[in-house]
Write a protein of this length. Structure first.
Length: 415
């Protein structure tokens, strides 16, 4: 069994049946973070069965051959364990925070999701109604809803454009057999990753993992990646009864060079990740047009996204758009505020340091690094961002805003 020593505190090993274990030792603390992730998410949903990966997550929590959800919840609570799960476009993660002294007991509980799941009709029907309510709750939240619309526009007729939860229509097409088939296909050992962070020796974690997960037999897993659509939907307008109008503007940056991600993240911060950022400062602090405005960067296997979101009264939309366009023109003309550029670099370095002092964030970082085969955007982030000069940033940002097409979703108030 080959152990890859990434550094003195971090090791990666393949367990006997092919499951990947990532272990990072933190030599302090009485608790640990642990996740078990299937390298499959909503982009792996079966055709016309949007929401399937997310449905599987719900079903695995519902029951296993050893315990019902209620029994499982009590066992976790008895050990003081905090636990949850989430489905993304490219992965489904089950994670927990537990006490070191309860490690073996807690690992056994979470392993049952994968070792002895139960797929029963009554659970299937119950979870379907719960997920329908979850879908409706997102549709009632304009900020959540517009992000779903944004994905549809950035990735038209593509798996990355699907709603993670699915829709009421797609949920009706999912059958119990789909749940079991998806699990068997995508929860194969070669597709599972354990990410551990804590003050428990590697040998102990490896031994407990092998003991509890060895029952999962190796089986073939073939992952298919659908090529990205060539274009985006430039504008989508939806009108609803709302208190505010919501705008989401996005740029899709395909095959971004690893050295360019820090520049993209810098651009996001420069635009609207803080009160000092240019769009935030103009829209909120100077003109008082908005309460909520932010930018963000998302990474996928073969593309990255720059997002700009803001919400205001419909009557202020035209003025807001003009202010933003004027800011973009300055950047395209390479008119960059040097002080804000340096502030953005310093702030992002500090944020990364804080992030990498959190066991949860380290766990997620190590997981993403493995899923993206070492090309995770935040690998060696601080040295990379320190190397970005004002000239580098100015050139990159000007070219990006000049050449890339914006995809804009407007969720507008009905007049």
């Amino acid at each position: 069994m080959k152990i890859n020593n990434i550094n003195q505190n971090k090791k990666v090993v393949s367990l006997q049946n092919g499951i990947t274990l990532i272990h990072e030792q933190i030599n302090h603390g009485s608790s640990f973070m642990l996740s078990i992730t299937a390298n499959a998410g909503s982009r792996d949903d079966f055709d016309r069965k949007d929401g399937l990966a997310h449905f599987v997550e719900h079903i695995l929590f519902r029951r296993n051959k050893k315990q019902t959800y209620t029994q499982l919840a009590k066992e976790f609570e008895k050990t003081g364990t905090v636990y949850n799960a989430f489905t993304e476009q490219e992965a489904t993660t089950f994670y927990l925070k537990g006490l070191n002294e309860k490690f073996s007991q807690v690992f056994k509980l979470i392993s049952r999701f994968f070792v002895c799941p139960v797929f029963e009709k009554k659970d299937f029907e119950k979870e379907k109604t719960i997920i329908l309510e979850e879908i409706r709750s997102y549709q009632d939240d304009p900020e959540e809803y517009i992000l779903d619309l944004g994905n549809e526009s950035l990735f038209p007729n593509h798996p990355l454009g699907r709603m993670i939860t699915g829709t009421e229509k797609s949920l009706k097409k999912i059958e119990l057999a789909d749940i079991e088939n998806f699990f068997m296909l995508n929860y194969a050992p070669s597709n599972l990753i354990i990410s551990f962070v804590g003050n428990i020796d590697f040998d102990i974690v490896q031994k407990v993992a092998d003991e509890n997960l060895a029952q999962i037999e190796s089986r073939e897993n073939v992952k298919t990646i659908t090529p990205l659509p060539k274009g985006v939907i430039n504008e989508k307008i939806v009108k609803r009864s709302l208190e505010q109008s919501h705008i989401l503007s996005q740029i899709r940056v395909d095959d971004l060079e690893e050295t360019d991600f820090p520049k993209l993240k810098l651009l996001s911060y420069y635009l609207s990740e803080s009160p000092s950022s240019v769009i935030y400062n103009q829209l909120r602090e100077k003109y008082g047009l908005v309460y909520n405005v932010f930018t963000n960067v998302e990474q996928f296997a073969e593309t990255s996204i720059l997002q700009l979101y803001y919400a205001m009264q419909l009557g202020n939309l035209e003025k807001s758009e003009k202010i933003i366009n004027d800011i973009f023109k300055k950047i395209m003309d390479k008119n960059i505020n040097k002080e804000l550029f340096n502030l953005s670099k310093s702030a992002l370095i500090a944020q990364h340091i804080y992030r990498m002092e959190s066991p949860y964030e380290i766990m997620i970082h190590n997981l993403k690094e493995w899923i993206y085969d070492g090309k995770y955007a935040y690998n060696n982030f601080i040295p990379k961002i320190k190397q970005v000069t004002l000239e580098d940033f100015s050139e990159f940002s000007s070219e990006l805003l000049s050449k890339c097409s914006w995809s804009v979703v407007k969720l507008l108030q009905k007049k």
